[in-house]
Design a protein around this ligand. Structure first.
Ligand code: FPP
Length: 233
């Protein structure tokens, strides 16, 4: 990937696990399992390319209304991932952060998240944000209430600090797999100027080459931020 402008921060809406599994006549859990494996592969590749921040949408607040059986399968995948992947994150010097309200997760999974977050907090090569029981509208309302509680007016910059992404740069690029073209309550405030990229690929089959294509597409875009000349001018 020569002469490419890399996004600093990429968000992934990892959609299509269920359909990918159904096409193989397998249960949805099979799709989610393949989805985690692909999440690891794609995130690692993004960091290898030099992307600094990756934010993945693993479970929305709305997803919590799925059947308990599917949720339990997802919780098992979280248990396995947060319990076992610390070594690899430390090796890659990647800090892990979870955005969202994890109090709905089983206590042992919350404990694994607390440990991996603590143990990777000094890592600086990359940051992996995993959104779990995350909803952007809820996040904005919570941020507004927290700002109001200070009794001071906020501006755009100080308001950001009340969001779960805090002072992080906004996502430059948001990639959604699975063929739908919407944000589904993902980083709504932060996505004000994100470039959006939609693909029909189902998440488990989104490959390294697909990521490169999305980044090449991003790199060719003219980001004008409402002005007349963009950064490609
Ligand atoms: C959407 O596909 C995907 C989800 C609701 C879950 C995504 C979760 C993962 C990839 C696992 C994350 C795991 C860890 C350890 C962070 P869908 O099931 O709605 O697919 P469909 O639209 O085809 O039914």
């Amino acid at each position: 990937m020569k002469d490419i402008r890399l996004p600093v921060h990429i968000g992934f809406i990892m959609d299509g696990n269920g359909r990918w599994a159904r096409r193989r006549m397998r249960p949805r859990a099979f799709g989610h399992k393949a989805g985690v494996q692909n999440m690891i592969k794609v995130c690692n590749y993004a960091f290898e390319l030099g992307v600094r921040i990756v934010t993945v949408y693993a479970l929305s607040t709305e997803n919590l209304s799925r059947p308990q059986e599917e949720l339990d399968e997802l919780f098992d995948l979280f248990r396995n991932y947060f319990g076992k992947k610390k070594g690899k994150l430390l090796e890659m010097d990647v800090k892990l952060n979870v955005l969202g309200d994890v109090s709905v997760l089983p206590a042992d999974v919350q404990q694994c998240i607390a440990e991996i977050t603590e143990d990777t907090r000094h890592c600086t090569a990359g940051l992996l944000n995993i959104c779990i029981n995350y909803g952007s509208r809820q996040e904005i309302v919570r941020a507004v209430n927290a700002a109001v509680a200070t009794g001071r007016f906020v501006d755009e910059s100080s308001f950001k600090d009340f969001l779960s992404t805090g002072s992080l740069p906004d996502p430059d690029l948001i990639i959604r797999t699975g063929g739908e073209m919407r944000l589904s309550n993902f980083l709504l405030y932060q996505a004000a100027y994100s470039e959006l990229y939609f693909t029909d690929r189902m998440w488990p089959e989104f490959s390294r080459r697909d990521l490169e294509k999305a980044i090449e597409n991003f790199s060719a875009r003219d980001r004008r931020y409402g002005n007349v000349r963009g950064d490609k001018a």
